[in-house]
Ligand binder design. Structure first.
Ligand SMILES: CC(=O)SCCNC(=O)CCNC(=O)[C@H](O)C(C)(C)COP(=O)(O)OP(=O)(O)OC[C@H]1O[C@@H](n2cnc3c(N)ncnc32)[C@H](O)[C@@H]1OP(=O)(O)O
Ligand SMILES: N[C@@H](CCO)C(=O)O
Length: 370
């Protein structure tokens, strides 16, 4: 593979109007994207498409000045080597990192969409991203990879566009959410909806339901990590030594979660959060499909699961692998154990990294499970 000048680019691509699964037409859809690494080969053999998770964005790959959220996995001489590959990450429609979403201006009214922004499904996200890649002249990819919501998109890529990618890596994901995950999402949703700053979704340019969004993030963080990690990091330590009778002491874990809540509201829009939660809740790979959707996949698949994941339990990835295997697909399952739980796909690359590298570069290693 020839090594050419390394590119790092952020841009917004107009993909025109899109008819959504729900029937509504979203006019003038923009997709914000970032690409890093080598120029894409015309046959897509060095192209890696990254699908981000709920509060992720297009900035997967960064540098010292501006770290990206998947720098541990992707970069020069890293597991996905940008000296060899062209890595492209698109912000999803409905998001808030530059792609058309609830905070965007509706070209028909000249005002932010707010409450009028239509429902965007996981399939709509993939359809929009496919259109974006077509505009860029990218017809094929070597691999599509992503975790959590991004993993739902990876599976949809394989089902909707079987000829697009040669390899798929769905991580910490599933065909659909468990009722428990939907329950967590609804508690977060209710926190946002009950904040007076929500104003039925039409709060722009105001700060919006920042308290509600912060509380939603606090709860979500508990599901993203594990009791073991919290025990190790915080135990029952106090951040503020208060008077028990006055109830003004503060545990370290409380302080940490409040910090995480306050951190998210500085970079994320509550309406986008609500839309993406709904997209995940309602997603089902089998919905409105007569044939077994996995039977359409032609790519090689590496399923990765985290044994301590509270949000997407490991049984879901085992089932995915089992069904792929039952359909005689070329697939593998990597189970990792990490005290980071669900968030391990963002931070714990010890086992995942080498395995993804081998899968991408074609150096097959022994199956973890069978
Ligand atoms: C690098 C980026 O640009 S990420 C931005 C885009 N985000 C995404 O794409 C979403 C995916 N990313 C994530 O979910 C997260 O960023 C992760 C999983 C990758 C990492 O999570 P982090 O929050 O960075 O790590 P961690 O759980 O260790 O928290 C560290 C933070 O908690 C703070 N903290 C730790 N203990 C306490 C405490 N007792 N009280 C208050 N704050 C505390 C630290 O000071 C640190 O704060 P900072 O992030 O403001 O510097
Ligand atoms: N930490 C991840 C978890 C969701 O998969 C995020 O915020 O997107």
């Amino acid at each position: 593979m020839p090594v050419t000048a390394r590119i790092f680019e952020r841009k917004t691509v107009s993909v025109g109007s899109i008819r959504l699964e729900g029937g509504e037409v979203l006019p003038e859809v923009n997709v914000a994207l970032e690409s890093a690494g080598q120029a894409p080969e015309s046959d897509g053999s060095n192209v890696v498409v990254v699908c981000h998770a709920l509060t992720g964005d297009a900035h997967a790959v960064g540098d010292e000045a501006s770290p990206g959220w998947w720098d541990g996995l992707i970069g020069p001489d890293r597991f996905i080597d940008t000296d060899q590959y062209h890595v492209i990450t698109m912000n999803v429609p409905g998001g808030c990192d530059g792609s058309t979403g609830p905070s965007s201006v509706n070209p028909k009214t000249g005002k932010p969409y707010g409450s009028s922004f239509p429902f965007v499904s996981i399939r709509d996200m993939v359809r929009v991203q496919k259109r974006c890649l077509e505009v860029l002249g990218i017809e094929r990819a070597e691999m599509v990879i992503g975790g959590s919501m991004g993993g739902m998109m990876v599976l949809e890529w394989g089902v909707m566009y079987p000829a697009f990618a040669r390899k798929l890596v769905p991580i910490a994901t599933a065909f659909s959410l468990t009722p428990t995950a939907i329950a967590y999402n609804d508690i977060g949703r209710q926190a946002i909806l009950s904040d007076p700053g929500y104003k039925n979704g039409d709060y722009y340019p105001g700060p919006g339901p920042v308290k509600g969004l912060a509380v939603a993030r606090m709860l979500a963080m508990v599901t993203y990590r594990t009791p073991q990690l919290f025990e190790k990091r915080f135990s029952r330590g106090l951040q503020v030594e208060g008077d028990v009778a006055q109830m003004n002491s503060l545990f370290q874990v409380e302080s940490y979660l409040r910090h995480q809540g306050n951190k998210l509201v500085k970079r994320f829009d509550a309406n986008s959060y609500l839309h993406l939660l709904k997209a995940m809740d309602t997603h089902d790979l089998a919905r409105d499909r007569e044939e077994m959707p996995l039977s359409r996949i032609t790519a090689e698949v590496l399923v990765i699961g985290i044994q301590e994941d509270q949000l997407f339990p490991i049984e879901q990835q085992r089932e995915l692998y089992k069904q792929l295997k039952g359909l005689d697909k070329n697939c593998d399952l990597l189970e990792i154990s990490s005290e980071y739980g669900h968030d391990a796909f963002l931070v714990d690359f010890r086992e995942m990294g080498p395995r993804i590298k081998n899968f991408l570069t074609g150096t097959r290693s022994r199956s973890t499970v069978g």
